[in-house]
Design a protein around this ligand. Structure first.
Ligand code: ATP
Length: 351
């Protein structure tokens, strides 16, 4: 049974013209980490608040582990939904210690101590029970917030921008730790972020949102390698987007940079005009490659170099391609390189 089912949910706030969330349908499986990813104002937080019960849908319904909690006349208040929430600022009480923060609101006194102990062990904070939030690092505070959410054995944990308050180093570490903790707890989780790196790093699946609607739902690999739309191709990572025509073989697209092998056609038929996304990772230097171009800019990124390459597509017509190259590949501005396009990061996309 799905941990969360959101069925055709629409929510418009008072005094606003456009719905914040519109016709949204989404499921989350038990133990799955799903990330809502999208630009500011696309409806991520509203979706989270609808699941938590801080907002009610205008239409559609929401089920948690098969039980309807909102919609069609039913309403279960937030505290009875079995939802654990980790807020962006962690929302810890500064004047009570870690143990009391984690146990806050747990009804049964007898079970409380045990639940707190278990949750703190899960997040690796044993021995810190007596500390106050002000005496903890940012990462530790986040783990207390997570422990508090998990202490209730929730059906689902909701995390609002969990990594946005952390510096880059800690962010990397906490991404790994949060995944490990959630997986160990076995809880389904929905995480909200506008940071594509967070989403790609921690999610089993990503739901990309735009203007209150879902653009694409898929594994991080599907979303990155085979974006469905121009929006996903340019919001998640960067991409070369160009027009073309599906070739007769049904797996190649004829473009201005030549015929590109594109097995991921999204159902486009031979002869159809299409748009394709070619990720910068699709290009490989090759002395026998069909394309030749001048490196016009390079940005060194340690493990790869992002370069812009000016290619003469037909005599007198030039096009700039964004390309990721290996740092050892002789990527010097002003040099000419020959390369080819690999099909692994190429997909037909919708507008
Ligand atoms: P962000 O990343 O900036 O937090 P978001 O994707 O989480 O954005 P939401 O907070 O869900 O987006 O907002 C979606 C839309 O609903 C926006 O247009 C926003 O202005 C509007 N909105 C959100 N909360 C309210 C509210 N309480 N009253 C009126 N409009 C709201």
């Amino acid at each position: 049974m799905d941990a969360i089912q959101i069925i055709d949910v629409t929510k418009t706030y008072a005094r606003t013209a456009k719905p914040a969330v519109s016709g949204l349908s989404l499921t989350v499986k038990p133990g799955e980490i799903l990330t809502l990813l999208g630009p500011s104002g696309c409806g991520k937080t509203t979706t989270l608040r609808l699941i938590a019960g801080f907002e009610a849908p205008d239409s559609g319904c929401i089920l948690l582990r098969g039980r309807e909690v909102a919609g069609r006349g039913s309403w279960v208040p937030p505290e009875r939904r079995g939802v654990g929430m980790v807020f962006q600022d962690y929302a810890l009480f500064p004047h009570i210690n870690v143990a009391r923060n984690v146990g806050f609101g747990l009804k049964s006194k007898s079970g409380r101590e045990e639940a707190v102990k278990k949750a703190l062990a899960l997040v690796g904070l044993e021995g810190m029970e007596a500390r106050f939030p002000g005496e903890l690092s940012g990462g530790q505070q986040q783990r207390v917030a997570l422990a508090r959410a998990l202490a209730r054995n929730p059906v689902v944990v909701l995390l609002d921008e969990p990594f946005s308050n952390l510096d880059a180093d800690l962010k990397n570490q906490m991404r790994r730790e949060v995944v490990t903790i959630l997986k160990e707890a076995g809880a389904a989780a929905v995480l909200v972020t506008h940071d594509q790196k967070d989403a790609l790093a921690v999610s089993d699946r990503i739901a990309v949102m735009k203007d209150g609607r879902l653009e694409q739902v898929g594994t991080p690999r599907e979303i990155y390698q085979y974006p469905d739309t121009v929006f996903v191709a340019s919001f998640v990572g960067r991409s070369n987007i160009m027009e073309g025509v599906m070739a007769g073989d049904g797996i190649s697209v004829i473009t201005e940079v030549g015929t590109v092998l594109c097995p991921h056609t999204h159902g486009a038929r031979p002869g159809e005009r299409v748009m394709i996304s070619i990720r910068p990772d699709s290009f490989e230097p090759d002395p026998d490659g069909r394309l030749t171009g001048l490196i016009t800019t390079t940005v060194y990124g340690g493990d790869s170099v992002e370069a812009e390459i000016l290619v003469e597509v037909t005599p007198g017509v030039k096009k700039t391609l964004m390309v990721h190259l290996h740092p050892e590949a002789g990527t010097v501005k002003g040099e000419t390189v020959r390369f080819r396009i690999l099909p692994d990061f190429v997909a037909v996309i919708r507008n």
